[in-house]
Design a protein around this ligand. Structure first.
Ligand code: S3P
Length: 460
């Protein structure tokens, strides 16, 4: 992928894509597959050995089949860590991976490189803390090493774990755990999932309460796998010692990735884009709830053909350009349901009539970059009227954007947001460090080219 992208103004976005598979769900599918019950007669078929039929490997019981996993770098980090810990990973094709749980978890000291991925480091910490004999050090890249880990190491310590690190490296020596009741100060699915995963191995019933409901993929997948969970408002409880069998899962498309082309369709007159196989979990569709509020009379999107995959709702979605773009507000409980979409929604706000206010989004400051600071700086450079606040941004529009050089700062969502900004700007917009886009959307440039009919220049 490109080190640098050069983007020019495009026309309408039209066509149909299957957005890349969901990042949060791919991580969980890999991890939960590695935690499934391993059957005694499980086997590892060689390509042309027993178990292989016509060159196709047939998985044994205990092996899970993950269809359409996200092949982005974050999920690859999860897969590599699980393999280092003893799970068997077989990549059958670009769209199918088999994962078999370890016969025995590796207890030699291991260093697990989580790359850029907050979900990998935080959820793995929850998993490993309760596996006796584990001796693991979880590390990450420069960006991940700056992100707060005390938010998971502290509650996992309360479960009795031997875990340290306010930032990476996070050091874990697995041991027996006991259940806790944890009141999380942040609405974070990574924190909630880490505590629930540690709670699965603890003696007793662990409860996590969060200030607002964060994405509930862990809960939905657990329930679909037969795990008993209780949910009372924003509190989730899980009894330790529960196990599940292997499963097959087709990963739905990621609404956080689709959001770039949803916004592009709103920005470019006469756009009409269809997204197939889109994950529409209610705890992730804040962007659609926002659009429904912005356009109460003439809806801009339509959802069709709903189905379910392991408790996750999936649909086809079509979006068309509205006549006018009104300013909007993002605040309160809706924030966790669209937290990853705020950078691209800030780009949208520059073209909306009036003042857009984004509040209660201080979590943006501890993502892959400080997204409040980076979005504000880059949009200012392009001519937007934007002010950063402690917990959000205030943007007044519409203002024309002009091309300039902006840096992704190594953050995939910043790289993609400013590529879309470049499609409405005058002149050339140069995105430095565009290779960060690989983290979650390896086909981004291809989809951009297909939908807009204009190919950005890719400088290796
Ligand atoms: C994620 C949860 C969110 C989100 C991240 C993925 C997950 O982070 O921003 O991209 O897979 O659980 P927080 O849980 O820290 O809010």
């Amino acid at each position: 992928m490109a080190r640098r992208l050069i983007v020019r103004k495009t026309g309408a976005f039209r066509g149909t894509i299957r957005p890349p598979s969901d990042k949060s769900l791919t991580h969980r599918a890999y991890m939960f597959a590695a935690l499934a019950r391993r059957e005694s007669d499980d086997f590892t078929p060689a390509v042309d050995g027993p178990g292989a039929v016509g060159g196709i490997q047939i998985p044994g019981p205990g092996t899970s089949i993950i269809n359409y996993p996200l092949n982005g770098e974050d999920c690859e980090s999860t897969l590599r860590c699980l393999a280092t810990l003893g799970a068997e990973v077989r990549r059958i094709s670009a769209t199918q991976v088999y994962v078999t749980p370890p016969t025995q978890w590796v207890t030699d000291p291991v260093i697990l490189d989580c790359g850029n991925s907050g979900t990998t480091i935080r959820l793995l910490a929850g998993i490993l803390a309760g596996i006796e004999g584990i001796d693991a050090t979880l590390i990450g890249d420069e960006s991940l090493s700056r992100r707060p880990m005390g938010r998971i190491t502290k509650p996992i310590q309360e479960l009795g774990a031997d875990i340290t690190g306010d930032t990476a490296p996070v050091r874990i020596r697995g041991k027996a755990l006991r259940a806790i009741q944890y009141d999380s100060p942040v609405a974070s699915a990574q924190v909630k999932s880490a505590v629930l995963l540690a709670g699965l191995r603890a003696d007793g019933k662990t409860t996590v309460t969060e200030p607002a409901l964060s994405r509930d993929h862990t809960e939905r997948m657990f329930t679909a796998l037969g795990i008993e969970l209780d949910r009372v408002e924003n509190s989730i409880s899980i009894e330790g010692g529960q196990q599940w069998n292997s499963f097959e899962f087709t990963v739905p498309g990621d609404i956080s990735s689709a959001a770039f082309f949803i916004v592009a369709s709103l920005l470019h007159a006469e756009s009409d884009v269809t997204f197939n196989g889109l994950g529409v979990n209610p705890s992730r569709v804040g962007v659609l709830v926002l659009l429904a509020k912005m356009f109460p009379v003439e809806p801009v999107f339509e959802l069709l053909d709903s189905q379910e995959e392991l408790g996750e709702p999936v649909a086809t979605m079509t979006i068309r350009t509205p006549k006018q773009l009104p300013a909007f507000e993002i605040a309160g409980e809706v924030v966790p349901t669209l937290i990853d979409e705020i950078p691209i929604l800030a780009v949208l706000a520059t073209q909306c009539h009036g003042t857009t206010v984004i509040r209660d989004a201080q979590e943006l400051r501890v993502k892959e970059t400080d997204r409040i600071a980076v979005v504000t700086e880059n949009l200012k450079r392009m001519g937007a009227d934007i002010t950063a606040t402690n917990d959000g941004m205030i943007i007044t529009g519409p203002t024309p954007l002009h091309g300039t050089t902006v840096d992704s700062s190594g953050d995939h969502r910043i790289g993609m947001s400013f590529t879309i900004a470049g499609t409405i700007a005058t002149g050339e917009t140069i995105i430095e460090n565009a290779d960060a886009i690989q983290t979650s959307y390896p086909e981004f440039v291809r989809h951009l080219t297909e939908l807009s009919g204009c190919a950005p220049e890719v400088i290796e």
